[in-house]
Design a protein around this ligand. Structure first.
Ligand SMILES: NC(=O)c1ccc[n+]([C@@H]2O[C@H](COP(=O)([O-])OP(=O)(O)OC[C@H]3O[C@@H](n4cnc5c(N)ncnc54)[C@H](OP(=O)(O)O)[C@@H]3O)[C@@H](O)[C@H]2O)c1
Length: 299
């Protein structure tokens, strides 16, 4: 429709022309305008619906704003109701289409309720699922308790597995679904005191590939982003330690931490029609950390 409107706009000055050159020029103009329309469609999420878990802080917050800014209607969740409501009011003031509800994604009943709510809000269809929530407990293996193990497994892996399962009929109904997991570099390389957390992210990486194959028939893509240190509330405390921060920077070729918006831009790309042939990929957002072998920064 927009294409036709543009065609009319360029037709007017040409109506008085009878020669072929001008008619060809008109056709060309229409073609160019249509091409631009296609291009803007590829880089827009207008009319799309998205669920982003853990949208009140950090990477999830940036993802909510990135997707909403590209035109998507976004549903988000978190455990803290006060913080969630504050975010929802802020987004409404900014003109973003974001709704949400309280949910602890580590809880099975909460997950079922969340997807029911999402289904109600978006009439049984969902284009984008961003499985963002994750947590960390830093301990050497010998000190990990069964409770630590269960918390990490339930929050980081069981939650994303079950939410993907629950969202499957909705994603299928959209006829063009996209799942993006927030993995971590810990799913690729060994990080100190993060054996269980790393195992959950490694599991996410494999699930990303399996879903890409299994649900390709339904035109559902599945990808993951794998960040290194990003400035969020999750890592604030550990990075307050100056010595640790120096160690982190010493194995980061770009020599700095990442910002949440440097992850959300990639998440958005993986949700856009522009990435429609990309599936089963886990992409690091890590300032070069995972490709750095022996390369001391002071060289
Ligand atoms: N920051 C990094 O350096 C880094 C690096 C690699 C990977 N990651 C991954 O990136 C993702 C986001 O991390 P982040 O650093 O942005 O974390 P964050 O700043 O701690 O924010 C976490 C968000 O998720 C929500 N949340 C946490 N647990 C939840 C639960 N059980 N149920 C529902 N919502 C929950 C939080 O709200 P409530 O507390 O109110 O629930 C908050 O909105 C995680 O998967 C993490 O593993 C982060």
């Amino acid at each position: 429709m927009a294409c036709h409107l543009r065609a009319h706009a360029t037709l007017k000055p040409q109506l008085c022309c009878t020669n072929n050159a001008k008619i060809h020029h008109f056709k060309l103009t229409v073609a160019i305008n249509c091409k631009h329309k296609n291009q803007s469609d590829r880089w827009s999420l207008d009319g799309k619906t998205a669920l982003v878990t853990g949208g009140t802080r950090g990477i999830g917050h940036a993802v909510v704003e990135e997707l909403a800014g590209l035109g998507a209607k976004v549903y988000t969740c978190a455990r803290n109701e006060v913080e969630l409501n504050k975010c929802l009011v802020g987004w409404e003031d900014e003109g973003f289409g974001v709704v949400g509800s309280v949910c602890d994604v580590s809880n099975r009943v909460d997950r079922c309720k969340l997807i029911d709510n999402v289904s109600g809000a978006f009439h049984g269809s969902l284009d984008i699922l961003v499985n963002n929530v994750g947590t960390n407990i830093r301990k050497p293996v010998a000190e990990i308790t069964s409770e630590d193990f269960s918390t990490l497994m339930a929050t980081n892996f069981e939650s994303v597995f079950h939410l993907s399962q629950l969202a499957y009929p909705l994603l299928k109904a959209s006829k063009s679904g996209s799942i993006v997991f927030t993995s971590s570099v810990s799913g690729f390389v060994s990080l100190k005191s993060m054996s269980v957390q790393g195992a959950t992210k490694g599991a996410i990486n494999q699930l990303t590939k399996n879903l890409a194959c299994e649900w390709a028939k339904d035109n559902i893509r599945s990808n993951a982003v794998a960040p290194w240190y990003i400035k969020t509330s999750m890592v604030e405390q550990v990075l307050d330690n100056k010595e640790y921060m120096e160690e982190v920077l010493s194995c980061t070729p770009l020599g700095r931490l990442g910002n949440p918006t440097e992850v959300s831009s990639l998440v958005a790309f993986l949700c856009l029609p522009a990435s429609s042939y990309i599936t089963g990929q886990i992409i690091c957002v890590d300032g070069g950390m995972t490709i750095s072998g022996f390369y001391p920064r002071n060289d």
